[in-house]
Design a protein around this ligand. Structure first.
Ligand SMILES: OC[C@H]1O[C@H](O[C@H]2O[C@H](CO)[C@@H](O)[C@H](O)[C@H]2O)[C@H](O)[C@@H](O)[C@@H]1O
Ligand code: CA
Length: 780
């Protein structure tokens, strides 16, 4: 057996005195210096292990489970593995000041850093003997604003001493700067979460190129943290929801479709196995009405999703287990509609096809049992959907699981397209979402009352005049209105549109306020065009060009769907295209006029492939300059958004905020029309912003960014704030669609751009520094 631990070598006691600089805090390996001992070793003789050889065995960038797993635990190594090689050790003559606990040092001389450390040529390691104490010391010294993160806003010394592995922690070196210190904080926090008290830490791990570090974390850690897979033991945890705070929301609850008795049994079994978790299991009725959904507002619950049967190979026992899926992150701890598509793109990029596939399975289940792809699988989302992407998602997964050469993949594709056709017809091409005059579709979900998942004060400005009118508190007003005890048609209209806004995924924006349900948006109609084209393709290729719809008995062929797509394209051009501005605008079906709100979703026409070459050119020439900001595409122009005031608060899907879905769809659309260089330029901007806040703000990756801010773009004080910013010590999830955008954006970057990103080179200086031939790569 190979031995992984260096041989224990006897050393002289370290000398008194400081090996470092003035006033630099040492990151203690204990208030008392505790050299590593052999397990079972008697006190008295101090031993020193030479540790640097472990590099040959441990990848500094391995996953946390490995890096902080038992094999690297200094306390366990003697039991597990030892290195079978020895090497001459440094011998230290001084006793470290660490034994005096943390204190300020007086610089005695400078050439005191661990020489072997300095000469170790990149294979440098730290040894931290007391992770808890080191964390406390690091935070006490560097987290001056006490938010458990080390950021550029902290005003600490920005340098701390860390013991070297070669010296068994007796000698130390300086770790400097926000980025390294915050990475140190992150690593210590992770080590602690693995129950580790002592660690070896490669310098390379906390000094890693930030582009590499972030993409590594997304691929190996963030997706894992965001992935859920229901089983008998975790359902109570998965069902928990931080969004609703009513007494009836205290216990976790799962709602099961009326015709899924196996699932009902499964959840009952789960609740009986651990009664202390108080999991409540309820059947849903066959007919799910808006009235019924409203009646669940105070007793919200998770909605059951697709499960597969597992057979235990040794016992033959059968059990259900959920298909895996990813949640967006932050407070959004359930399966979402369009987030799932956007995450699937990144998951596939990270070779996590099973999760992407699982989400398609869930969508098929949702269409079958809830008659739509849900906004998300919580009871309060039962009436509304989100932007539809199922056909593209299914095709992407299909290709990854073997495509036309795999009969199972073909079956999967057919099931997904049957569901998508049902969704297309029954959700998007039926009343109330279909506008029969134009033949275009609107976001227009059913529902009653105030959406319960929103932040409590979100509607205060709207509700206040009514509270005054009825001389009641806002809370009372909400109750009276939700229970239908007061009738206010204007509020009804407001909430009809508000629900539509939420169905659009763009909650909220002044583009949609008070009007959304009547708008045939360029977003939705581009997506439906893509559905029609994809359905035409799949019917031709995989259904023998004849599709019999079991639900309505119709038989259609590819040509039929091509015609539908052409028709929609004609209508979009007629009602939405504005050549003067270069935008596709939404069409107001009530007022029968085109709107003029300039939105980044105009690029969805390119993503779907419905714009002409000429329209794409005009879009690039005219619309793009209105939307291109420091950090990429902004959601809408400042002009369209209009002035902001106390009575007209800022909305998160408006200027100055930028969102990953807008970037991703625009990059793809532009590339498809030959504007790959424009996509590259936009991607550089977006990645720069993400990388910079990752570096400056303790590894933070958030839901959305202020694309006009150079310094702290993650700071978004709109509506429910920014998701992903609120963590202690280490961010473990990122945010789903931003994770994807980072991985996809990097595909546009050459080595030069990657290096510039790693150096956080701002877009303009970077673009200006390029040679003319290089500028072309960015359409400059
Ligand atoms: O709770 C308020 C709203 O939150 C969701 O919207 C936002 O997060 C979603 C998940 O990332 C995302 O799909 C959506 O585009 C965001 O605006 C939710 O979807 C809304 O229905 C909800 O009211
Ligand atoms: Ca801080």
């Amino acid at each position: 057996m190979v031995d992984f631990l260096p041989k224990v070598t006897e050393i002289n006691p370290p000398s008194e005195g400081n090996d470092g600089e003035d006033n630099i805090k040492p990151l203690s390996s204990g208030s008392e210096q505790r050299p590593l001992k052999e397990e079972g070793q008697q006190g008295g003789r101090r031993h020193h292990r030479r540790l640097s050889s472990m590099h040959e065995y441990f990848d500094p960038f391995s996953n946390a489970e490995v890096y902080y797993g038992p094999i690297t635990d200094p306390r366990k190594q003697s039991k597990i593995h030892r290195l079978n090689r020895t090497r001459t050790m440094s011998v230290f003559n001084k006793v470290s000041d660490f034994k005096n606990g943390m204190k300020d040092y007086t610089l005695k001389r400078r050439g005191s850093e661990d020489d072997s450390f300095l000469s170790s040529q990149g294979n440098r390691r730290f040894y931290i003997d007391n992770v808890d104490l080191a964390l406390d010391e690091l935070l006490a010294s560097e987290d001056t604003d006490k938010n458990h993160q080390i950021t550029i806003e902290d005003t600490g010394p920005k340098v701390i001493k860390v013991g070297t592995a070669n010296s068994n922690g007796f000698k130390h070196v300086n770790v400097r700067g926000t980025y390294m210190l915050s990475n140190l904080l992150q690593e210590l926090t992770i080590a602690k979460s693995f129950g580790r008290h002592q660690i070896f830490l490669d310098e390379a791990r906390i000094n890693e190129n930030p582009v590499d570090r972030l993409s590594r974390l997304i691929t190996t850690q963030f997706w894992t943290s965001l992935t859920r897979r229901v089983d008998l033991y975790n359902i109570a945890e998965i069902a928990r929801d931080s969004k609703i705070d009513t007494p009836g929301a205290k216990n976790p609850r799962i709602y099961v479709p009326y015709n899924c008795p196996e699932q009902y049994e499964f959840y009952i079994q789960a609740s009986q196995m651990n009664p202390s978790l108080k999991l409540e299991v309820e059947y849903l009725p066959k007919d799910i009405t808006a009235e019924y959904v409203k009646s669940l507002n105070d007793t919200p619950g998770l909605l059951a999703l697709a499960m597969e049967e597992h057979v235990n190979p040794s016992t033959g026992e059968r059990s259900l287990v959920g298909y895996p899926y990813a949640v967006p992150g932050g407070r959004f701890n359930e399966l979402y509609g369009w987030d799932s598509y956007l995450m699937a793109l990144g998951l596939i990029e990270s070779n996590k096809v099973d999760v992407a596939r699982g989400m398609v399975e869930h969508f098929i289940f949702e269409i079958d049992h809830y008659s739509k792809i849900l906004n998300a699988n919580r009871s309060y989302y039962l009436c509304r959907s989100q932007p539809p992407f199922l056909t593209d998602m299914a095709l992407l997964v299909f290709e990854k699981i073997g495509g036309k050469n795999n009969p199972n993949a073909i079956q999967f594709l057919k099931r997904a397209f049957r569901a998508a056709i049902k969704e297309y017809k029954e959700v998007w091409m039926s009343s109330p979402r279909l506008d029969s005059l134009t033949g275009l579709s609107c976001y227009h979900p059913d529902g009653i009352g105030i959406p319960p998942e929103t932040e409590p004060d979100h509607f205060d400005t709207i509700l206040l005049p009514y509270a005054e009118k009825y001389n009641v508190t806002l809370e009372k007003l909400r109750y009276l209105y939700n229970e239908g005890m007061i009738k206010e048609p204007k509020l009804d209209a407001f909430f009809l549109h508000d629900r539509a806004v939420r169905e659009s995924g763009h909650d909220t924006t002044y583009r949609f306020e008070g009007v959304c349900a009547y708008l045939a948006t360029i977003d939705l109609n581009s997506l439906l065009y893509k559905y029609e084209k994809d359905i035409a393709f799949v019917i031709k290729e995989y259904f023998g060009n004849e599709y019999k719809d079991e639900n309505d008995g119709t038989v259609t062929d590819s040509e039929h769907w091509e015609k539908l797509a052409e028709l929609r394209k004609t209508r979009i051009n007629k009602y939405m295209w504005d050549e003067d501005s270069g935008f596709f605008f939404d069409y107001n079906t009530k007022l029968k006029c085109r709107t003029s709100y300039e939105s980044a979703t105009t690029f969805w026409s390119l993503w779907a492939g419905l714009a002409t070459e000429e329209q794409a050119k005009i879009t690039v020439e005219k619309a793009l300059p209105q939307l291109e900001m420091l950090g990429g595409l902004v959601a809408c122009t400042e002009k369209s958004r209009g002035p902001i005031s106390i009575d007209r608060p800022i909305r998160q899907w408006d200027y100055p905020f930028g969102w990953a879905p807008h970037q991703i769809l625009a990059w793809k659309g532009l590339s498809a029309y030959g504007y790959q260089q424009v996509a590259t330029r936009l991607a550089y901007r977006w990645l720069y912003m993400i990388t910079k806040s990752f570096v400056d703000y303790n590894g933070m990756v958030v839901e959305k960014y202020d694309v006009t801010r150079g310094t702290d773009p993650h700071r978004v004080d709109a509506e429910y704030g920014n998701q992903g910013a609120d963590f202690k010590g280490v961010a473990t999830e990122g945010f789903g669609w931003v994770n994807t955008s980072y991985l996809l954006g990097l595909k546009y970057m050459n080595n030069h751009a990657r290096r510039a990103l790693a150096a956080c080179s701002p877009p303009l200086p970077f673009f200006n520094s390029l040679k003319p031939s290089e500028k072309k790569l960015y359409y400059l």
